[in-house]
Design a protein around this ligand. Structure first.
Ligand SMILES: Nc1ncnc2c1ncn2[C@@H]1O[C@H](COP(=O)(O)OP(=O)(O)OP(=O)(O)O)[C@@H](O)[C@H]1O
Length: 633
């Protein structure tokens, strides 16, 4: 049966449209809207109170439900008693009504919802980060991937925080269990992606929680660079290499920075017989603070021990140490370095033999074997170059015995050099320096090559001098800021820092000039000590040419700053001549091989002690000067 058509009024919309557009209908609508608005304004307090009473009632019901059954009776009794009291007191019901209305109005007030979660721009940033991680955290065939191209970040970014400028400050993310988080390469890839997407130019810490499959990225603030050289509160055998992040070490030290005193987290390196990393290697780009670190170590070492400095760079930046109590020599020439290191090698053996004999005799180790001896070699590879040119020994050869046996003999070796010369470092230096420092800008690969593990932070392209990474043995890699310890004889050094360093230097045992006055101690100005010194009364330990005067050989020309130590007595000139002979003996092969030399049993180490370098030879170290003495029968 055919369907009947609908009446025209229901199918044709034109009449309806006409009605809608009619002015009377529009006016009616306007009136209705105004009336509703006015009613809303008038009734608003009542609406608020009503909403509040509803919320209070809901809260009361919830409370009643939460109350244990056995407590409901007393609670009902208490409420009833309150109501009764209200009814009995004058104006009680009225006051109760006002109180209930007030509470309703307060509970029903409109609260602007607190904005939670990231804003639009921040959500976009998180989504971009998520999408960048998809190729690394997903594999084909995963039925429910955490990371997928059409996925959202909300599932995997469990924590996030932004700084005022909208950059990520902290991010915690989950990753699939099959991700190879145990492999450095895999981790480094993720760290690089996050570094690029979260904003370059800042340092990030990556905390991998392999158990929970969680990675926490935190932006690190710069390490404070305002700590200068000062007396650190440490035990003998402890050396502060610098300062690091507060959560990286468990200890703090009181330090003075500018006008304030505060606690700072130090990187403390332990040396001596019980140390598991008794020697240190420092590598870095030129000008990144290796010399400063060695100077800082020297100032701390001089508190309890003796120091020998080899300044292979020949920049004269250790000149302030010359002639100070405990400083056995500051050498920047090849010949002097060879003689000094040879002595140190024999001294190590002497200490070992003396301590061994004492042990066999049931006595404690002799006093003269217990004073720590520090060998600080700054750029020894520069001298190795000169040695090759002159056909002489590489000075590093004489570091072998101190490196191998120094721990038991309380001899500590610190070697600093530059990245580009690192392959010239001898095998014993590489093998026995378990404490390592990298200074200055370095890629993660460079840091790993030196420290044996990559840093857990992204190295930044520009860092202040003295900034780097440190690793003691197999401990974690830490960020490091070396205390500012400039050369006090450098004119560019500020007065405050100069005074800080000068105040840490031990007293002079050898006058800085012919008058016997300590010019640097009085006014701290550089240059005085060297300029006014009587050249004829100095013993040049770096001699390869004539006695006492300026060197004439090629090595001398290349070493304008080599250290000289004043003899300080009237026999200076003659001693200088003999020192030349001693030096020649030591460096032309007349000295016995370290393996066969029988060390002297004479006391050594303490400032001013007479030290014979080689038995049968004629070299002695007296007050930091090499002198020759007649051979004993
Ligand atoms: N920890 C530090 N705090 C402040 N300034 C520093 C620090 N370390 C080094 N400097 C400054 O950086 C400059 C270079 O330092 P330093 O000479 O120690 O570096 P270097 O690596 O030994 O350089 P080079 O190889 O040229 O001798 C100096 O001006 C020094 O004062």
């Amino acid at each position: 049966m055919a369907r009947r058509p609908l009446p025209r009024i229901l199918t044709d919309s034109a009449p309806l449209a006409r009605m809608t557009q009619s002015t009377s209908l529009a006016r009616g609508r306007e009136l209705a809207r105004t009336a509703a608005d006015s009613a809303c304004d008038v009734l608003h307090p009542l609406i608020t109170i009503g909403r509040g009473l509803r919320r209070l009632a809901a809260a009361g019901r919830g409370r009643w439900v939460d109350t244990p059954r056995e407590n409901r009776g007393p609670l009902a009794f208490f409420v009833g008693a309150c109501v009764l009291v209200m009814c009995l007191v004058p104006y009680g019901p009225l006051l109760a009504l006002i109180a209930v209305m007030g509470a309703g109005a307060w509970a029903g007030r409109e609260r602007t919802p607190v904005e939670t979660g990231p804003g639009e721009a921040e959500r976009e940033r998180l989504q971009a980060l998520y999408e960048a991680l998809v190729p690394y955290f997903s594999v084909e065939g995963d039925p429910s991937p955490l990371y997928a191209h059409d996925g959202g970040w909300e599932r995997v970014f469990t924590e996030h925080a932004f700084d005022d400028s909208g950059r990520i400050e902290r991010l915690q993310l989950k990753y699939p269990a099959y991700f190879t988080d145990g492999e450095d390469q895999s981790r480094v890839r993720i760290e690089q992606v996050l570094y690029a997407k979260a904003g370059r130019g800042r340092e990030y810490h990556f905390g991998w929680d392999e158990l929970a499959n969680q990675l926490t990225v935190t932006v690190l603030g710069a390490l404070p660079a305002d700590i200068a050289a000062q007396r650190f509160v440490t035990a003998p055998g402890e050396t502060v290499l610098g300062f690091t992040d507060a959560d990286a070490v468990q200890r703090t030290l009181p330090v003075t920075a500018g006008q304030e005193t505060r606690d700072a987290p130090p990187v403390v390196w332990r040396t001596g017989p019980r140390s598991t990393e008794p020697h240190l290697l420092v590598l870095g780009q030129p000008g990144t603070g290796a010399t400063t670190l060695l100077r800082s170590i020297a100032l701390q070492a001089l508190q309890h021990g003796d120091v020998l400095v080899i300044d292979g760079g020949g920049t004269g930046e250790y000149g302030a140490l010359s002639g100070r109590r405990g400083v056995l020599g500051v050498e920047s020439g090849l010949a002097g370095a060879l003689a000094t290191l040879e002595w140190a090698s024999h001294e190590t053996e002497r200490r070992l033999i003396a301590a061994n004999r004492a042990r066999q005799a049931g006595r404690p180790a002799p006093e003269d074997t217990r004073r720590p001896l520090w060998i600080l070699a700054d750029r020894p590879t520069a001298l190795a170059h000169v040695a090759v040119a002159e056909g002489r020994d590489d000075p590093q050869r004489w570091l072998q015995t101190p490196l191998r046996h120094g721990r038991a003999a309380r001899v500590t070796v610190v070697v600093a050099d530059q990245f580009e010369s690192a392959e010239l470092l001898s095998e014993p230096v590489r093998a026995h320096t378990k404490a390592r420092v990298v200074l200055g800008p370095a890629t993660a690969e460079e840091v790993r090559a030196v420290l044996g593990a990559p840093p857990h932070t992204t190295p930044t392209a520009s860092v202040p001098p003295g900034r780097g990474y440190v690793r003691l043995g197999s401990a974690p890699v830490l960020r490091l800021q070396v205390p500012a310890t400039p050369d006090p004889l450098d004119e560019a050094t500020g007065q405050a820092l100069r005074q800080a360093v000068l105040s840490l230097l031990p007293e002079r045992t050898v006058p800085a000039d012919g008058t016997g006055t300590d010019t640097t101690a009085t006014d701290g100005r550089p240059g005085d000590a060297g300029a006014s010194a009587d050249a004829g009364r100095r013993v040049n330990m770096s001699k390869s040419g004539g006695a006492g005067g300026a060197g004439t050989g090629p090595a001398d020309a290349a070493e304008p700053h080599r250290a000289t130590v004043a003899a300080g007595d009237t026999a200076g000139a003659g001693r200088a001549a003999r020192a030349t002979g001693a030096d020649d003996t030591a460096t032309t092969g007349a000295a016995p091989d370290p393996g066969t030399a029988e060390p002297s049993a004479q006391p050594v180490g303490a400032a001013g002690a007479r030290v014979r370098i080689v038995k049968g030879g004629e070299s002695r170290m007296v007050n930091g000067s090499v002198e020759t003495v007649p051979t004993e029968g």
